[in-house]
Design a protein around this ligand. Structure first.
Ligand code: HEM
Length: 289
């Protein structure tokens, strides 16, 4: 569908904030002139007949209006969804949203996996086998979660590359870049902590290697490794620790950080591609005089 755009004086393009033809609540509707005598709910010819479709639309508008009056959500949504985008915005700008949807998919599939997973050294392996072989669509959901993890890691790097090469880390977006770096670390931590959970030979020994690598880091390294292992050696509580980090700590932090990240994107707008030169603003009539 073609969306009308208008060029602003600063060279950016605005998608005309024409809201889709959704039913608007009474308080937001333009008064009809000349009035047709049926409060706009009839057939528009003044004969007052209200079709079933119109009644359904009215009911929807009533609910939307009720929620809007109490939350003021429509103003927020309009600012959030209908905002200026720079000229030259292209497919590379979708990588951030793609990363966000990968995270959402991980969260949803993770909830279903958690319904059957047992985070204990004696039960973890068997519960994963049970999910894969017996649970209805278990193999599909597990596969989505497994592949989704890789997809999210790849996407987050591509998105970071896009923001770097487009110079989006510069003023005034430095803070959003820093939040992005935190998101990158958290995404890697998600992948690392999830790898132990199937508790097979490969995941166990890969995690031993990973934690040992951590322990060689300067200053905080040994403390970090002790924290991850829940002690000086791999023990019965290591798996619970990884599970809590993977299930609760990191996803919570990622969700909060994504909120801050998107808030800043909507507040500051996105950066124009670097190959577009800044256009000087046309002087207004008043400025010319
Ligand atoms: C879970 C990880 C992440 C999610 C869900 C996410 C999401 C987003 C979204 C939706 C946008 C707006 C659309 C776009 O420009 O693609 C954005 C913009 C941005 N992101 Fe991320 N992001 C993540 C990680 C990162 C990382 C790792 C960095 C850099 C270290 C980063 C830096 C930025 C910057 C600087 C912008 C502003 C772009 C501009 O002004 O053009 N983000 N992010």
């Amino acid at each position: 569908m073609a969306v009308p755009v208008a060029e602003a004086t600063d060279g950016s393009f605005a998608v005309m904030a024409r809201l889709p033809k959704l039913p608007l609540p009474g308080t937001r509707r333009k008064p009809e002139w000349p009035p047709n005598g049926d409060n706009g709910a009839g057939d528009g010819k003044g004969n007052g007949q209200v079709s079933l479709k119109d009644q359904a639309m009215e009911a929807q508008a009533g609910i939307v209006g009720w929620v809007d009056e109490r939350t003021g959500a429509s103003g927020f949504l309009r600012g959030f969804l209908y905002r200026k985008v720079p000229k030259g915005t292209n497919w590379f700008y979708t990588l951030g949203s793609a990363t966000m949807f990968a995270f959402l998919s991980q969260a949803i599939t993770g909830v279903f996996l958690a319904m059957y997973y047992e985070p204990s050294a004696s039960g973890a392996y068997d519960s994963v086998q049970h999910i894969t072989n017996d649970v209805f669509l278990g193999n599909l959901v597990r596969g989505m979660h497994r592949w989704g993890a890789t997809v999210m890691v790849v996407l987050v790097f591509l998105h970071m590359g896009r923001t770097f090469f487009f110079g989006a880390y510069k003023y005034p977006r430095e803070l959003n870049w820093v939040i992005g770096v935190v998101l990158l670390v958290l995404t890697m931590l998600m992948a690392f902590s999830g790898y132990l959970l199937p508790f097979d030979q490969r995941s166990f020994w890969a995690t031993v290697v990973g934690v040992n690598l951590n322990s060689t880091g300067p200053l905080v390294g040994p403390y970090l490794a002790d924290f991850l292992r829940a002690g000086p050696e791999f023990g019965a509580t290591t798996l619970s620790r990884f599970y809590a980090i993977h299930m609760l700590l990191v996803p919570g932090l990622i969700a909060a950080m994504i909120g801050a990240h998107i808030y800043l994107v909507t507040k500051l707008g996105t950066t124009a591609p670097p190959w577009l030169k800044a256009q000087l603003k046309e002087p207004t009539e008043k400025e010319r005089v």
